[in-house]
Design a protein around this ligand. Structure first.
Ligand SMILES: Cc1cc2nc3c(=O)[nH]c(=O)nc-3n(C[C@H](O)[C@H](O)[C@H](O)COP(=O)(O)OP(=O)(O)OC[C@H]3O[C@@H](n4cnc5c(N)ncnc54)[C@H](O)[C@@H]3O)c2cc1C
Length: 469
């Protein structure tokens, strides 16, 4: 058993074992502190590959790893499976649903989840992708849609079953759309007897003026071409104004033109107050185009964890809390906030994006800052080293903006594979994912095409199977 830390050593509580929190815990392994890492899940999740679980390319265990296993040799670290509900900064306590955890230093790394901009009722019809449960639910819906279409005899209902709408064309939306395109055009083609899966319609809807907003124009154009080659219809300036069990409505003006973009070229899909509009200048809804679809997926926005609310700092629209140059919060130098929950601005005033390298580098920095405090030193401000961004569209196709280079096609795809294998935790995961990708590349097969959960809804909706009486 590893040597535990001295009982009187300063107590560092870390909330969240995602990219930021886990890195902070690991970086404190030689520090004279006691570390307690709290998470509501027992595993660290590699979110950038979630869409591969959602589209049946990988299994859940390939992209997740038990937190206790990661820290098993780190004697000064303990793990608590629990739900944090609030912070009491005056008493220096993290409150859990079933207990209280006192701290000397607190690192908040609780991340973000998807946001529906005031339309939380859309979530049931348009699930987002944030954790393994979401990924399995999306996988279930996609595969069940093909099953239901295969037994459906009414052409309009069959068309709706074979229509997949993805709302939001950031990296996650693009990756989901590209993967569904490949499933319908390649993976499933020979598997059904009553439908041609290639007839599936995949609609990628984006409220803003272009897809992949964080990428260069060139990479976005490249990605759009690659998506169209996979049968994905890409619509920009197309804010979704309604989601229900039968599909979505896309906002259009009285003159029939999309209201996705203002005269000044800015998206109006979402108001400054974060609410969806689909309305004209007078604030009245102006109707829109209806897309009948039985599968709608949400990749349109994120909201930071609510845990930092009430700490007194400034929050931005998505609920991120503004942090000082050393990642601590105003008035509480012992509380650090990192990753997707933090709003950190470099001198140019632009906030850092919610991506894993930011969380990892901030986790490392917060650990160093705590150590420096214990030694009576101060660190220079946090600086982000930008390694670039990548998005994959499908087999052999990706885009990458790295160090001023705009990569596309196979080269970008290989870079994407390499980076994701490299950062996966666990040798088994790296090996299995490498094998799965090589297999999928050679055969176009997706090994995890399993429908889990209940199929009652599908049985209710569909016709009796062909050949039955
Ligand atoms: C589908 C998807 C695809 C992505 N693709 C990419 C990509 O390709 N490249 C990239 O760089 N980034 C990508 N990201 C973003 C990246 O995953 C995040 O920026 C990163 O995970 C942020 O790290 P974090 O530590 O701040 O939070 P997270 O990694 O989200 O970790 C937060 C942790 O806190 C826990 N937690 C939250 N609230 C509580 C609570 N109240 N009590 C207990 N535990 C709690 C959660 O269970 C979780 O383990 C993607 C994100 C998603 C969702």
């Amino acid at each position: 058993m590893p040597e535990p830390a001295a009982p009187r050593a300063p107590h560092v509580v870390i909330l969240g074992a995602g990219f930021g929190g886990l890195q902070a815990a690991l970086s404190l392994r030689h520090a004279p502190v006691r570390v307690t890492l709290v998470d509501r899940r027992n595993h660290h999740l590699f979110q950038p590959l979630l869409y591969q679980v959602a589209t049946a390319a990988l299994s859940p265990a390939d992209i997740a790893y038990p937190i206790r296993s990661i820290l098993r040799h780190q004697g000064n670290a303990d793990v608590i499976l629990g739900e944090a509900v609030s912070v009491d900064p005056d008493r220096r306590e993290l409150r859990l649903a079933d207990g209280v955890l006192p701290y000397d230093y607190l690192v908040l790394a609780a991340g973000a989840t998807h946001a529906y901009f005031g339309h939380e009722d859309w979530e049931a019809e348009a699930p987002g992708l944030k954790n393994l449960d979401d990924a399995l639910e999306i996988r279930r819906r996609i595969l069940l849609a093909f099953e239901a279409a295969d037994r459906e005899t009414d052409p309009a209902r069959r068309k709706a079953l074979l229509t997949f709408v993805i709302v939001g064309a950031g990296p996650t939306g693009v990756e989901l759309a590209g993967a569904i395109g490949e499933i319908s055009r390649h993976v499933l083609v020979d598997d059904f007897r009553h439908i041609d899966p290639r007839e599936a319609r995949i609609e990628l809807l984006e409220a803003g003026p272009r897809i992949l907003a964080p990428f260069s124009e060139r990479s976005a154009r490249r990605a759009e071409t690659a998506l169209r080659e996979r049968g994905v219809a890409v619509r920009v300036s197309s804010p979704v104004t309604q989601v229900d069990a039968d599909g979505v409505t896309v906002g259009v003006n009285a003159d029939g033109r999309s209201v996705g973009v203002n005269a000044d070229g800015r998206s109006v899909g979402v108001n400054a107050d974060g609410r969806s509009v689909g309305a004209n200048a007078g604030g009245k809804p102006v109707g829109g185009e209806r897309i009948a679809a039985k599968t709608v997926l949400w990749a349109a926005g994120v909201a930071a964890s609510p845990i930092a609310q009430g700490l007194g700092g400034t929050l931005d629209r998505s609920g991120r809390i503004e942090v000082a140059p050393d990642l601590s919060i105003a008035g509480h130098p012992e509380i650090f906030v990192i990753g997707d929950l933090a709003l950190y601005k470099h001198q140019d005033g632009r906030p850092l994006p919610g991506v894993s390298p930011v969380a990892i580098q901030q986790g490392r920095y917060a650990a160093r800052a705590i150590l420096a405090r214990l030694q009576g030193r101060t660190l220079p401000p946090f600086r982000y080293f930008d390694k670039g961004i990548l998005a994959v569209i499908g087999r052999g196709s990706a885009v990458a903006d790295i160090a001023g280079l705009r990569l596309g096609g196979l080269l970008a795809w290989m870079t994407w594979c390499f980076v994701h294998i490299f950062y996966l935790i666990g040798f088994r995961n790296r090996f299995v994912v490498m094998f799965e990708w090589a297999w999928a590349y050679a055969t176009y097969q997706r090994g995890a095409r399993l429908i889990t959960g209940n199929i009652d809804e599908y049985l209710e909706k569909g016709d009796p199977p062909a050949g039955t009486r």
